[in-house]
Every structure is written in structure tokens, then in C-alpha cells.
Ligand binder design. Structure first.
Ligand code: BES
Ligand code: MN
Ligand code: MN
Length: 455
């Protein structure tokens, strides 16, 4: 490993830990001041690392932290994107140590945001510092744009991107907000799923009722909501919304075989999350179910009495949050409309249904035959000693599709997380190995990219 990293790794880690102490939860307004503090902290560290024109760009929501180092207009420009906001840490009682009191245990950094995405963003800050201080400066133009609303859908960033096309002019986008297969097998995600997210409300009687006096003769909105949700999948676990699969890209047998060559074991998969058996759409492997097939999942469901003991009641209302992960060539708008229509149509006439769409996002597939992809692959091969495998991930980063449509730019997903890092869950963590490997790999990407762009 480069000596600069060895010499400075303690400081790199303590700076990251300091940043992780700030609870930059974007979903909950009570953390708004902390979100701003996290943005300020990043601005300070970017300036310290040698970025120029570092600013907090205001939006209708949380500020975007932007900085640049423009060395020569004849050289290419890499735009680094990431996010400093984090998911809520609830439920706090399931954490072994408090989510915003980061600790390093067994060579892993435990904190909300350790992997998603502050730890991965911080690799870029330190890789930049390394290039500036020990490699004679960055080898091309660099722009860094770190937003504070990725976990809530990036809608203000979308407006910012649309309004600042000149400022954001670049040749490629570099993002570390995804994962690798394992620390022995690097990989590059080349697909992200899209998202259509809804809140549904089912109303029966106009007030909560005694379940003896009325039960059996009135629609129970919770019973009905459960029935409606159950009907959204058939016996093969296919989604029953008419038209849902119409635009789903069908992969050739060769493409599917290629996809299934990634190292994966269902036994290991089951063991890692405590499952007795795998589950999913018939006719597809686990890798395909996650990488190339759309899904529908209930994320939360509530209503009625959930307190201590028993209360005999029929609630007036029942609620659920329902999300669909989308794949090429589905679009978020099309699926949102199909879902809304279908969900209203399947409701019995005795209840009222309200569907409220939340943020969405489009699926993307990034190229593997580009200069930037090859530069990333070569960088990983250098630092891991093994060629990376392209994979199709199941997660979503809504802005990536917009970078393509609005700026005409492809992204390279040079992430270093592991599925076992428990992002969005209690005890989120990030390996010290992964953090340092990222700092080591990123400068290789820049060198490879510039060298290949020149030739
Ligand atoms: N970094 C994740 C997405 C991710 C993680 C992609 C691992 C691939 C591998 C991102 O922060 C995220 O959580 N995205 C959300 C979508 C957003 C609109 C809330 C998601 O995928 O649920
Ligand atoms: Mn993320
Ligand atoms: Mn996330």
C-alpha cells in the first residue's frame, strides 16, 4: 500500500469518525441543523485537501457541497458524486453501540453512514489529498458534488443539475456508493434498479368500531388492505398489475448465462441472513431476481391497535408503504400510474382507497466498453490483484439516470461496500480495509483514465 496512506491512516480514520458523529439524517426535520453541520464539515475538509471554489450551493432543501480543481482545459474532467445524508438510525435499541458514536471494532467502523455514504465519500476526499500531496497533483480536472438528499430521492439535486449544466460539464461521473462482491473478489456494478414508491390508505367506517357490535357486517380496512396486497403477487411470485412487465427488457440466454457466472451460493446467501429457504419469482436465479427483475415490496404496514394487551376494535383506516424496484425499460412514471390505477380498481366498493406516490427513480445500465469503465477495472485489478467482475446491483441511485439524460454523462460505480455492511440497518459498518482500499484505488482510476484519454 502506498506509504502516504500508511503514514496518515490514523488521521484519515479519525477525521471520518468526527464526520460520522454528526447525525445528518435527511428524512427527519429534527436533524436539519446537523445536516447543515455535516455539509460545513465536508466543505472545510475539501478546502483543506486542496479543492478550490468550495461552496455550499443552496437548494429548496439541503445544500449541495461543491468544489473543483481545474488544472488544464485540454485534460478530461471527472465529476465525483456522492451523498453526505444518511438514513434514520431507528430502531436505536438494536444497535450494539450508538449509531452516532462511531467506534472501530474488529477492523470495522460502526456508525450510521459509515458505508452509505459518508465513509465512501471520504475516500474521495482523502484520495484527492493523496494525489495533491504525494503525486504532484491530480492528473486531470476534478469536480466534486456531494448532496444531502440522496436518501430522500434527490429531487432538489435533479433541479440543480438541470440548472447548472455548464458548471457540471465533465467527461465522466465517478461514484462510490455501491459495493463489491467480497474483499477477495472485486466487482463493478453496472446496473441500478429504478424505484416507484407509494403510500396507500384504506378507509372503511368513519370511526373505530367495537369489533363485537359491528364485526362481520362491516369492511375491516386492515383485512381488506392485506387481501389487496396479497393479490399483487400470483402463485409464481409474478406481479399481477396489468402491463407491469410490458416494457421489461428480456435478456438473451447468453446474457443470462453471463450474469449467472458471478460467484454466488444460495446456501451462503441463506446463511448470511438467517433464511430457511430462498424465495422469489419462479424461473429466475437469486442473482437474476436481484439484478434484472422488477419487484414489489411492502416496506411498512400499520393501523388499528398495536399497544399492550388486546383491544377489540375495527379500525377506521389502514396504511402501507409499497415500493417497486424497476429494471430497463420500465419507467417510474409509467409504473406509478399502473400501480395507482390497479390499486384503486381492486378495492371493494365498501372502502375508499387513496394512493399517494412518493419519489421515484429510473433504472440504469452503465457501459462496460468505455474508457472510464476500463480505467476503473484496471485500477481494481492493480489494488486487489484480481480482475473485477461486472455485476447488476439491486439498489437505486436515482440521480444516475439523470446524469445521462441531462448531462449526457455515463457513470462509473466504483463502490467498495459489502452486502454484509448492513447499510440502512442497525449496526451499519464499513471495513477499514475497504475504506483504505478505496483511497488507494481511486488515484489509480484517475491515472488510468487520463492515460487512456490521451491515447
Ligand atoms: N447507496 C444506496 C444504493 C445502493 C447501495 C446501490 C448498495 C447499490 C448497492 C443509496 O444510498 C440508497 O439507499 N438508495 C435508495 C434509493 C433512495 C431513493 C432512497 C435505495 O436503493 O433504496
Ligand atoms: Mn448511498
Ligand atoms: Mn442509502
Amino acid at each position: 500500500m502506498s506509504t502516504y496512506i500508511e503514514q496518515h491512516q490514523e488521521r484519515f480514520l479519525s477525521e471520518l469518525l468526527e464526520w460520522l458523529r454528526i447525525p445528518s439524517v435527511s428524512a427527519d426535520p429534527k436533524f436539519h441543523q446537523d445536516v447543515l453541520r455535516a455539509a460545513d464539515y465536508l466543505k472545510m475538509r475539501l478546502e483543506e485537501a486542496g479543492l478550490e471554489n468550495v461552496e455550499l450551493c443552496p437548494t429548496a432543501g439541503n445544500p449541495i457541497v461543491y468544489g473543483e480543481k481545474l488544472i488544464d482545459p485540454s485534460l478530461p474532467t471527472v465529476l465525483v458524486y456522492g451523498h453526505y445524508d444518511v438514513q434514520p438510525a431507528d430502531p436505536y435499541e438494536l444497535w450494539d453501540s450508538p449509531p452516532f458514536e462511531p467506534v472501530i471494532k474488529n477492523e470495522k467502523i460502526y456508525a450510521r453512514g459509515a458505508c452509505d455514504d459518508k465513509g465512501q465519500v471520504y475516500m474521495h476526499v482523502k484520495a484527492f489529498e493523496l494525489m495533491q500531496r504525494s503525486q504532484g497533483g491530480v492528473p486531470c480536472n476534478v469536480k466534486i458534488m456531494i448532496e444531502g438528499e440522496e436518501e430522500v430521492g434527490s429531487s432538489n439535486l435533479a433541479l440543480f443539475v438541470r440548472a447548472n449544466k455548464e458548471k457540471l460539464k465533465a467527461d465522466v461521473i465517478l461514484i462510490s456508493d455501491t459495493g463489491i462482491l467480497s474483499n477477495d473478489q472485486p466487482s463493478i456494478e453496472v446496473g441500478l434498479r429504478g424505484l416507484s414508491y407509494h403510500e396507500v390508505e384504506v378507509t372503511g367506517p368513519n370511526r373505530d368500531l367495537h369489533s363485537g357490535l359491528y364485526g362481520g357486517a362491516v369492511p375491516n380496512p386492515i383485512n381488506i388492505l392485506c387481501k389487496m396486497i396479497a393479490s399483487l403477487h400470483d402463485e409464481n411470485n409474478d406481479i399481477t398489475i396489468p402491463g407491469f412487465y410490458d416494457n421489461v427488457a428480456v435478456l438473451s440466454a447468453e446474457e443470462r448465462a453471463e450474469l449467472n457466472r458471478v460467484p454466488h451460493s444460495d446456501e451462503e446467501f441463506k446463511r448470511s441472513i438467517g433464511l430457511k429457504d430462498i424465495y422469489g419469482e419462479q424461473g429466475y436465479t437469486t442473482v437474476e431476481r436481484i439484478g434484472i427483475r422488477p419487484t414489489l415490496d411492502v416496506n411498512g404496514i400499520w393501523g388499528g391497535y398495536t399497544g399492550e394487551g388486546a383491544k377489540t376494535v375495527i379500525a377506521s383506516k389502514a396504511y402501507a408503504k409499497i415500493s417497486m424496484r424497476l429494471v430497463p425499460n420500465q419507467t417510474s412514471d409509467e409504473i406509478t400510474q399502473l400501480f395507482q390505477q390497479h390499486f384503486e380498481r381492486i378495492a371493494p366498493p365498501s372502502v375508499t382507497v387513496k394512493v399517494t406516490p412518493h419519489h421515484g427513480g429510473e433504472p440504469v445500465v452503465t457501459p462496460t466498453d468505455s474508457v472510464a469503465y476500463r480505467a476503473a477495472a484496471k485500477a481494481l485489478e492493480t489494488t486487489f490483484g484480481k480482475k473485477p467482475i461486472p455485476t447488476r446491483g439491486g439498489g437505486s441511485i436515482p440521480i444516475v439516470a439523470m446524469f445521462k439524460t441531462e448531462l449526457g454523462l455515463d457513470s462509473v460505480l466504483l463502490g467498495f461496500g459489502l452486502d454484509s455492511d448492513a447499510i440502512h440497518s442497525p449496526n451499519e459498518h464499513y471495513g477499514v480495509f475497504n475504506f483504505l482500499k478505496g483511497i488507494e484505488t481511486i488515484p489509480h482510476f484517475f491515472q488510468n483514465y487520463v492515460a487512456a484519454s490521451r491515447s
